[in-house]
Design a protein. Structure first.
Length: 136
């Protein structure tokens, strides 16, 4: 992957709605935080929310691989690092790392495979040719 690959960091504070009865983050909350990071990463790649709405082309998650290494707890601040990881003809992978800010502990690592889909037809599309030129 080229060194100019899209990457960014987002931050989230663990809220009550992110936790279970033991004040530990629920697995679904991690995915919500990754979704926020991935949405902002998509905007960097030319797929901001308005553009998606106008073109009706959406990046659709087809696979998620996630490793839970340590739990986050209520009140923790988490940095989510996301980056474009791999390109193919009709799909791409994004990688994520979630770090607790107070001690630098890696909480979660994840990868997601996405495809571009034209809606409402649900038609998978090839990736734009300029992506390989920019980031391949």
């Amino acid at each position: 992957m080229a060194s100019s690959q899209p990457q960014l960091e987002t931050r989230e504070e663990v809220m009550f709605f992110d936790t279970d009865c033991g004040a530990v983050v629920h697995n679904l909350a991690y995915l919500r935080m990754i979704e926020t990071c991935r949405t902002r990463l998509a905007a960097m790649m030319g797929m901001d929310l308005r553009a998606m709405s106008e073109t009706r082309v959406y990046p659709v998650v087809t696979r998620t691989e996630i490793d839970y290494k340590r739990p986050a707890k209520l009140g923790d601040w988490i940095t989510i690092r996301g980056r474009l990881d791999e390109l193919a003809r009709a799909r791409f992978w994004c990688a994520f790392e979630m770090i607790r800010e107070s001690d630098g502990a890696t909480l979660v690592t994840a990868r997601q495979c996405l495809s571009l889909v034209a809606m409402p037809e649900g038609k998978p599309l090839r990736l734009p040719p300029d992506w390989a030129e920019k980031w391949g």
